[in-house]
Design a protein around this ligand. Structure first.
Ligand code: ASN
Length: 326
């Protein structure tokens, strides 16, 4: 994938079409925005409280690192040159979550982090993508997918109950009602839904559902654990918001075995050289067994408020493949 490394000369961007400032100000000036942001703030407050109660330690985010999530799906890799090194802008905190857990005194952590994903033109009008967003990412040492999935269901209920109590007026205005609080989420496998609905299975199932559900088994990045008993299937899971809002969280049990990681890197076309230092940790047997997940804050806000586009949850538009002035 194309890489952009910044240099002052390249940063043009000063001449914009007329009306660009007005456009930015009217996005930031929408009358419903304050209510949306209050709801989003409540999501974050409830999340911090839940994490604290469950004993997860908060780690601060990083925006620059020699390694970041490869996300083999066609985003432009943004990087800067500094101190003789190439620093990628964070696409997710996945590797830093795993590496933080090498500290034996840390068992469970979470990070609220900005993720930069320079999506291409094809994701401009999905209503679900931003080229920069905030993720609540968490990871547990020695836990499995069932544990993480139950944890997340409890977190969703905790947040929704809190929203219904503290934000009922805002929710009434934005979505016309308080939130339905989901019970246990149903679990579906990708291959089952694909057979039933064809290749648009995720969105079709989301549209006909009235409660969030789990979608299990996605072929994707090397760090998601392959099912040892059924190679070619994966111990990973996404939450799909209902009513057509689509994916809202992704997570997995993690690979930790050196040979297996090398195999998965080859299969996913990941450059081993970039991950030399990470692989050194893995080879030494120091990468802990873990499982975790992360949810997009603006996507949760979108679902909760019933917004047409995830960009409606931003003050400063970050719609893919656009160049806002602020
Ligand atoms: N948060 C995801 C996970 O924990 C990684 C990602 O955002 N790509 O698996």
């Amino acid at each position: 994938m194309e890489t952009i490394i910044s240099s002052p000369k390249e940063s043009s961007g000063q001449k914009k079409e007329t009306g660009a400032v007005q456009k930015a100000l009217s996005h930031a000036g929408r009358k419903e925005l304050a209510d949306i942001l209050r709801v989003q703030q409540c999501i974050i407050r409830a999340t911090h409280e839940f994490m604290f109660r469950k004993n997860l330690v908060q780690v601060m985010p990083l925006l620059l690192s020699p390694i970041t999530d490869p996300l083999n799906h066609g985003v432009i890799d943004a990087a800067v040159a500094y101190a003789g090194q190439r620093w990628s802008l964070t696409k997710s905190m996945i590797f830093h979550k795993q590496l933080a857990l090498t500290n034996p005194m840390l068992e469970a952590i979470y990070i609220v982090s900005p993720n930069v994903r320079l999506e291409l033109d094809d994701r401009r009008e999905t209503g679900r993508h931003l080229f920069e967003f905030t993720q609540v990412d968490f990871e547990f040492r020695d836990k499995d997918m069932d544990f993480v999935m139950e944890f997340m269901e409890e977190l969703v209920r905790f947040i929704f109950v809190r929203l219904n109590v503290e934000m009922s007026e805002e929710l009434q205005k934005l979505r016309g009602s308080v939130l339905p609080v989901p019970g246990k989420f149903r679990r579906y496998r990708t291959e089952t839904l694909e057979e039933l609905y064809g290749d648009q299975y995720e969105m079709k199932k989301s549209k006909e559902s009235i409660e969030p559900f789990w979608l299990i088994n996605h072929a994707r990045e090397f760090y998601d654990r392959e099912e040892p008993l059924v190679p070619g299937t994966y111990r990973n899971y996404d939450i799909i918001w209902p009513d057509g809002f689509g994916e809202g969280l992704s997570g997995a049990e993690r690979e930790y075995d050196y040979e297996q990681i090398l195999k998965r890197m080859k299969e996913t076309g990941t450059d081993e050289k970039v991950f030399a230092h990470y692989l050194e940790v893995v080879k030494a047997g120091l990468l802990p067994r873990s499982a975790g997940a992360g949810f997009g804050v603006e996507r949760m806000t979108r679902y909760v408020c019933g917004l047409k586009d995830v960009d409606d949850a931003t003050v400063f538009s970050r719609k893919p493949w656009t160049a806002p002035v602020f």
